[in-house]
Design a protein around this ligand. Structure first.
Ligand SMILES: [Zn+2]
Length: 295
């Protein structure tokens, strides 16, 4: 075989291998990982969803069971916490009312945790009464709440309407870490969640989040390569939404919503972001609703 042929054959084999076994497929379904640079902050991941938990000397603060369509997901999460500590699980905080993040809380209640959520999350959950999603035991109002446990301070902040009307942004001031679910996808185009999205208010919410004191952000869905978010990612997401809004406003005022506008709508600057092709139609639909219908 000539050198050229061998090089081509090797390249072909490498291409085949990378198709057959992408890095993503090699990941286990469930994993708990300590956040680098912290003593006691962990990320629990189940498939494409993730949540934060904090282990203190007086007990554990857990968030989001992430068990929608995964009947044993809540139990698996508790089991992962048990591999790290035998301290009691004191709290389970819901980031917002969407089931893909908060179904599966029963295992935590059985373990003795108190479920905490924003007031609006409780109202919505009570209306729908999903069998997999226990109601919160305690609610937080718009002024937020600070949880102190075993030397850890966790702030629960309400920053207004955004991805939902019930989102709590969680901040660990000492670690300068945020746990923010679905408002700020890291380096990605937002998708189906746009159905419950408040376009104008979101921009104000994101500005409030950027103004907080933090260095790293744990998103509710793993970022590209599993990386955490930065303030630049938050600013980039804000710019993306602003540009989407401006582009659709123009089309809507030409009378093109829904179909012609949704077909013409492109934000080619973001083509390299994961989810661009699949998710852009959801972004288009939401902003057509805003600028084409006033909703
Ligand atoms: Zn959501």
């Amino acid at each position: 075989m000539s050198r050229m042929m061998r090089a081509l054959a090797l390249a072909g084999a490498a291409a085949l291998m990378s198709t057959a076994a992408p890095a993503q497929a090699q990941q286990p379904q469930i994993a708990a990982t300590k956040v680098e640079g912290t003593d006691n902050v962990y990320i629990f991941r189940n498939g494409n969803h993730q949540a934060m938990f904090v282990v203190t000397k007086d007990g554990v603060i857990a968030t989001d069971p992430v068990a929608y369509g995964r009947p044993t997901g809540g139990k698996s999460y508790v089991d992962e916490i048990r591999k790290v500590t035998d301290k009691p699980i004191k709290y389970l905080i819901y980031s917002h009312h969407h089931y893909d993040h908060i179904a599966g809380g029963k295992a935590f209640k059985d373990a003795g945790a108190k479920i905490v959520a924003h007031r609006r999350a409780r109202e919505r959950l009570a209306q729908l009464n999903d069998p997999a999603t226990p109601l919160p035991d305690e609610v937080v109002g718009d002024r937020g709440r600070t949880i102190k446990l075993g030397g850890t301070v966790l702030e629960l902040k309400y920053v207004g309407l955004n991805h939902s009307d019930s989102t709590l942004v969680m901040r660990l001031p000492k670690e300068k870490l945020l746990f923010v679910v679905d408002i700020l996808p890291v380096g990605q185009v937002p998708g189906r969640g746009m159905i419950d999205f408040y376009p104008t208010e979101s921009e104000a919410s994101i500005k409030r989040i950027i103004a907080m004191d933090w260095d790293r952000l744990i998103p509710g869905h793993p970022g590209p390569g599993g990386r955490l978010g930065t303030k630049k990612d938050a600013q980039d997401q804000l710019t993306f939404l602003q540009e989407a809004s401006t582009a659709m406003q123009k089309l809507a005022r030409e009378g093109k919503c829904w179909e012609p506008a949704e077909k013409e709508f492109k934000l080619s600057k973001y083509e390299s972001w994961p989810g661009y092709a699949n998710n852009l139609p959801f972004v288009a639909r939401r902003y057509c609703g805003l600028w084409g219908r006033g909703t």
